[in-house]
Every structure is written in structure tokens, then in C-alpha cells.
Write a new protein. Structure first.
Length: 125
């Protein structure tokens, strides 16, 4: 089961972060945030942190646990369910995007993403 999860995460990372992959930027940005959500829900802090800009990664680590770091990055209340958080809107700009999220309880949050060489990373709220 763990190997299958690793394979799915690796394939999603490839789809979301490969330079010059030919995938449209909107799909790359969406895949990056979805991969982050999945790795957070699976409590895989190291994999989740690899999808963050360097400054945001420092905040993520400072939060203590991986789960707390995920909640802090997403702007969702600590202890809330991460499974079922959805991207409900994605606003694209040159080299950046803003993802609007909604958790199963109906709480909303926004996350900024940045692109460099077709690699997308979460950059903050």
C-alpha cells in the first residue's frame, strides 16, 4: 500500500513540477496544490515540504509537526480534516497563481503559488 502511495505521489509530482513538460501552467499549478493536499492528508511532511518555496518551508518546519505545518501553509484551522480539501478556484497570473480552497466543513482559504522554469511551488497565503 505504501509503495502505491509513493508511486502516485511521484507521478503527481512529475505532472505538477517537471520543467518543460508541455503541460499547461494551469494544470501544473493545480497538480502542485493537489499533491500538497494529498501529502498533507497522508501526514507525509517531507514530501509536502518539497513543494514549498524556501521561505515558506522554514515556516512549515517551525510549526512543529508536519500536520501543523500543513494547516499553517493552507490557512485552515489546526485539527481540521485535510482529506477532502478541494481547489474550488484557480486564478492565474504570469509566473503565479492563487488557489481558493474549501475544506469539508465549508471553511475557505487561499494559497499563493509561484512558478520558476515551469516548476510550481506554494509560496504562502
Amino acid at each position: 500500500m505504501r509503495r502505491r502511495g509513493l508511486a502516485v505521489a511521484a507521478l503527481t509530482l512529475l505532472a505538477g513540477g517537471c520543467a518543460n513538460s508541455g503541460t499547461p501552467p494551469r494544470e501544473q499549478a493545480r497538480a502542485t496544490i493537489q499533491t500538497f493536499l494529498k501529502t498533507c492528508a497522508a501526514d507525509r511532511a517531507v514530501a509536502a515540504s518539497e513543494l514549498l518555496t524556501k521561505p515558506l518551508r522554514k515556516s512549515f518546519i517551525a510549526a512543529g509537526s508536519g500536520l501543523d505545518g500543513c494547516h499553517a501553509v493552507l490557512g485552515l484551522s489546526a485539527g481540521g480534516a485535510l482529506r477532502g480539501v478541494r481547489v474550488v478556484a484557480l486564478r492565474m497570473r504570469p509566473q503565479a497563481a492563487t488557489a481558493a480552497l474549501r475544506d469539508p466543513a465549508g471553511h475557505t482559504a487561499r494559497v499563493e503559488l509561484e512558478s520558476s522554469d515551469d516548476t510550481w511551488e506554494l509560496a504562502g497565503r
